[in-house]
Design a protein around this ligand. Structure first.
Ligand code: AMP
Length: 203
């Protein structure tokens, strides 16, 4: 059960990936979350992330391979935020071969651009349990995590300027990957502008 979740910023791929991983009882692996954790101890990396640029393939590939080798991935995983370009898609193929695994399906979530802006500017995250809130799932008191009560924060890269750049990067770098997976016959496109429950039904 190896699912690759694709989609531009604010298409809901993080939230949908978490739900899918819970339902299938397999880990949710987000390279963005992995890198943000690493960035708390690495100023240079923190700067790259806050500018909305992509981190070097070499760094992400190594970190991901290390993660996929762990025992909890043996029944599969939901991959979120990777691959981001064709080089990474090829690197993932190589990792799969080495681990004797195969991608089950690639799901691309799509939404109109205006909705992406609305979702991004309202997105808040819990620094403690990592729960993400937004238009569809607002926190009960508007400011604190429903689970653990921590004060929520807006991600440093959730600004209008950075979002425009991230959408451009996604369209330029990630679209060729979709063609690659389409040709392999494992790509499914999902309209993610509908209510989250409807989207999950489709997934
Ligand atoms: P995300 O949480 O997936 O939106 O990722 C947040 C940021 O982490 C991105 O804007 C990139 O700077 C970085 N990042 C995440 N995944 C990758 C990846 N596969 N390759 C390069 N950079 C990545």
């Amino acid at each position: 059960m190896i699912y690759v979740m694709m989609g531009g910023p604010a298409t809901g791929k993080g939230t949908r990936s978490k739900i899918l991983s819970k339902e299938l009882n397999i880990p949710h692996i987000s390279t963005g979350t992995m890198l943000r954790e690493e960035a708390t101890q690495n100023e240079e990396l923190a700067k790259v992330l806050s500018e909305g640029k992509l981190v070097s393939d070499d760094l992400v590939n190594k970190a991901l391979y290390k993660r996929l080798k762990r025992a909890d991935c043996k029944n599969g995983f939901v991959l979120d935020g990777y691959p981001r370009n064709l080089e990474q898609a090829y690197a993932l193929e190589a990792m799969m071969r080495k681990l004797n695994m195969e991608i089950t399906e690639v799901l691309e979530l799509v939404i109109p651009r205006a909705l992406a802006f609305k979702r991004i500017l309202e997105r808040r995250e819990c620094p403690n349990c990592k729960k993400v809130y937004g238009v569809d799932f607002p926190p009960k008191d508007g400011k604190h995590c429903d689970n653990c009560g921590s004060e929520l924060f807006a991600r440093a890269d959730d600004t209008e300027e950075t979002l425009t750049k991230r959408i451009e990067i996604y369209e330029r770098e990630s679209k060729p990957i979709l063609d690659y997976y389409r040709k392999k016959g494992i790509l499914k496109t999902v309209d993610s502008s509908r209510h989250p429950e409807k989207v999950m039904e489709t997934i």
